[in-house]
Design a protein around this ligand. Structure first.
Ligand SMILES: Cc1cc2nc3c(=O)[nH]c(=O)nc-3n(C[C@H](O)[C@H](O)[C@H](O)COP(=O)(O)OP(=O)(O)OC[C@H]3O[C@@H](n4cnc5c(N)ncnc54)[C@H](O)[C@@H]3O)c2cc1C
Length: 568
């Protein structure tokens, strides 16, 4: 049975359980085991580190089990009926980062009493808290936060929530109907997650087929990002990369239901100094070897099939994918809940009562629904409500080399640019960055790509390509925000006035959302960003830390602007 087949029976709110210690997972398995056929479960479990996969008895769970890496790991099971969020870190670090409304809390030893406030923030009214014989300090803290002890002395009932979550959740939609504008990887992923959650979706696309713009490349690479300070882009990319891999596996697998391969990505160091940084990062964070390994020049050269000066990071789970084939697989999995409208350009949105009406350039009504999601990349700023978002359109040119001309690689390699193994006889090398609008291929951009390729793969054969390779490739336009992070959530209302000091006070357009700004990482980010938005719409637990969710709020630029201007 697909997600789609069962979602219709799942209109009721899922049961949400928070467990402050996953331990061996027995409580999670028990909660899953007693789930009625028409119920769904979100199980949020804290763990200091991810237990090894060998300790996981259930075969389905083991197959999707994450590596021991920091952050939130969402694992969707049982065709979408059960979701396990494995939250890695100490209770002090993790609890404030959870955005959820919890029905039941399992409080294990090791949670400091000062965190009772966080438990109260997360508890639904009337939530039940089951505690492992709490000490007096914890009992007192729980009482102070409004938890009332029950006669059996180990269970407590929350009578009220002491604080509201950081960002107010949008109202739960009365009608699960949405229009998604744009059939690239952002829009296709949105359709997929919405349909799985039981929504009726209309997809509006101006071309005859999906993935004709940025998502139309022959191959793009997916890989994590590393940094010394594990900053927000690094954490976000890690979470998205890992969730994407799990979800692609559920979809049928890279190289099976869509074109691509998890062949590994080698990120070569730029110079000796960068090689040292790469080694330091690996030593500092001590990531599992399957996630990243530092390879010295000799080992990296062996993978490349030729000498390379400095070595690099090997991301064993990375690889390449053809985004158009991924879009096709996602849209095919949507089933009958999805209606696809091609050759239609959505240019004007008007709010009429509880609905958004979507019009084309001639004023013809293309559709209406209470919820509209802008997933139209570089085209978004053509719609008035999104026109003031600071989104840049960045031209990128990829060079296509006939397989017999280019390097024979078994994995993707990057440095200042990337090169993929051949797909259908074509090797992709790219890509350039510029801010002009030229749609035609440019010889100068091809030279730039080939020069960078020669830096990746030394030797005369590759160097000669600059002279011999015919001009071939593809031009696409990335949609990028100034901070290079996506814009996920409700669209800010730029016409509103007044002082705004906090994201949570941002005036937004009711029912209008964005999945924009995927810049150079759309393949990597699209799955998790769609899951995040649909979780927000459905008021389910969010799959990411609150700090990361806040970093993606589309109104963040307007907030900065208003703060600078000192008001409206
Ligand atoms: C040269 C290049 C190389 C890249 N390499 C990689 C890589 O290696 N790895 C990676 O992860 N990412 C890579 N990217 C980035 C990735 O391709 C993008 O982030 C991603 O494709 C963006 O997807 P999207 O759905 O947001 O936008 P798009 O794919 O552009 O989709 C937007 C869709 O909306 C439609 N549309 C726009 N306006 C309207 C309207 N008004 N009405 C109806 N339809 C509309 C468009 O026709 C289009 O189909 C690369 C991008 C480029 C350009």
């Amino acid at each position: 049975m697909s997600d789609d087949a069962i979602a219709g029976d799942r209109a009721a709110r899922p049961r949400v359980i928070l467990d402050t210690n996953f331990e061996d997972g027995a409580r999670f398995m028990a909660a899953w085991g007693v789930l009625a056929p028409d119920e769904s479960l979100f199980y949020l479990a804290l763990t200091a580190q991810v237990p090894p996969a060998e300790q996981i008895g259930d075969a389905q769970l083991r197959a999707l089990w994450p590596l021991d890496l920091p952050g939130f790991h969402r694992i969707v099971l049982d065709e979408g009926r059960v979701t396990l969020d494995l939250l890695v870190g100490t209770p002090e670090a993790v609890l404030p980062e959870i955005e959820a409304r919890v029905d039941q809390i399992h409080l294990r030893a090791g949670v400091p009493p000062m965190l009772a406030r966080q438990l109260a923030r997360l508890a639904q009214p009337e939530a039940e808290l089951l505690a492992d014989v709490p000490d007096e300090a914890m009992k007192l803290a729980l009482r102070k936060q409004g938890f009332v002890e029950q006669p059996d002395a180990v269970s407590y009932r929350a009578l009220y929530q002491s604080r509201k979550p950081r960002l107010p959740a949008p109202p739960l939609p009365a009608v699960r109907q949405a229009i998604v504008i744009g059939a690239g990887i952002a829009g296709a992923s949105a359709c997929h997650r919405l349909c799985a959650a039981g929504w009726q979706v209309t997809l509006i696309e101006r071309h005859a087929l999906p993935a004709q713009e940025a998502s139309g490349n022959v191959a793009g690479i997916f890989m994590p990002l590393l940094s010394k300070d594990d900053n927000i882009p690094t954490r976000l990319t890690r979470a998205a990369f890992l969730f994407g891999l799990r979800e692609w596996q559920r979809l049928g697998g890279v190289g099976h239901v869509f074109e691509g391969a998890s062949c590994g990505v080698l990120q070569l160091a730029r110079d000796a100094e960068h090689a040292q940084v790469q080694q330091d990062v690996v030593a500092t964070w001590n990531y599992p070897q399957q996630y990243v390994r530092w390879l010295d020049a000799v080992a990296a050269g062996a993978l490349l099939g030729g000498p390379t000066p400095h070595g690099g990071w090997l991301f064993g789970q990375g690889g390449w994918a053809r985004p158009a084939s991924l879009c096709a697989a996602l849209l095919a999995a949507c089933g009958t809940r999805l209606r696809q409208c091609f050759h239609e350009e959505a240019l004007r949105l008007e709010r009429q009562g509880d609905n958004w009406q979507v019009f084309d350039g001639s004023g013809a009504l293309l559709g209406e629904a209470p919820t509209v999601i802008l997933a139209n990349g570089a085209g978004a700023v053509g719609i008035a409500q999104a026109a003031q978002l600071p989104l840049a359109r960045l031209r990128g040119q990829v060079t296509h080399l006939a397989q017999e001309l280019g390097p024979r690689l078994s994995l993707a390699v990057c440095r200042e640019a990337y090169v993929t193994p051949p797909n259908q006889g074509v090797i992709c090398a790219g890509a350039t960055y510029s801010s002009d609008d030229e749609r035609e291929l440019r010889a100068s951009c091809q030279q730039e790509n080939l020069a960078r390729l020669a830096e990746i793969i030394p030797g005369e054969a590759v160097a000669a390509l600059a002279e011999t390779a015919p001009l071939a490739g593809r031009v696409g336009f990335r949609c990028a925000a100034p901070d290079r992070l996506p814009l996920v959530g409700a669209l800010p209302d730029y016409d509103s006035s007044g002082r705004i000091e906090r994201l949570r006070d941002m005036p937004v357009h009711a029912g209008l959302y964005s999945l924009l700004g995927y810049a150079s990482r759309g393949i990597i980010w699209s799955t998790l960003m769609a899951e995040l938005l649909v979780s927000q719409l459905e008021q389910r637990p969010l799959p990411l830390e609150a700090t990361l969710v806040d970093a993606l709020v589309p109104g963040r630029f307007m907030l900065k602007q208003r703060r600078r201007a000192g008001g409206g």
